[in-house]
Design a protein around this ligand. Structure first.
Ligand code: RB5
Length: 146
């Protein structure tokens, strides 16, 4: 069973609840790393919790929600081994799994509605990485550059 780590800030709180319900309905193992209300919080703290779960091998994928999805993706992508994609459509969601082997999906609670977001979450955790020529490109992310 796939294990999904989920977190949000206040801007993504309502959307996160919808996504958690969807993932549980799919029979997946979901861990919610907060936040727990619409009170203002700092999104990098919550991005880090989900990244920790993935890097430590405790989760297969992460889903992060903030107001736009952008801040969460920027914070998550600071972490080695994390490939976070901020998406707001189905095609990008599918392609970022197939070509980029993204392991974190970032969504904007003020950008996408719950129906689309839940469909995207389902697609993200079920689409397969194509491998092949894409392996080499992804490996290049971890090369040190000036
Ligand atoms: C919070 O107001 C907002 O800045 C945050 O949710 C997110 O959109 C940042 O990228």
């Amino acid at each position: 069973m796939k294990r999904i780590a989920v977190a949000c800030d206040h801007g993504g709180y309502e959307l996160k609840l919808e996504i958690i319900a969807k993932l549980k309905e799919m029979g997946l193992e979901v861990t919610d790393f907060g936040c727990d209300s619409t009170d203002a919080v700092d999104y990098p703290i919550y991005a880090e919790k989900v990244c920790d779960a993935i890097v430590d091998g405790k989760a297969d994928f992460g889903i992060l929600a903030c107001g736009t999805g952008i801040g969460m993706s920027m914070a998550a992508n600071k972490r080695r081994g994390i490939r976070a994609a901020c998406c707001s459509d189905m095609f990008s969601t599918k392609m970022t799994r197939m070509h980029n082997d993204a392991n974190v999906l970032c969504l904007g609670g003020r950008v996408v509605g719950p129906g689309l977001a839940c469909d995207m979450a389902e697609l993200f955790v079920t689409a397969e990485f194509m491998g092949g020529k894409h392996e080499k490109r992804i490996a290049m992310f971890d090369e040190t550059r000036a």
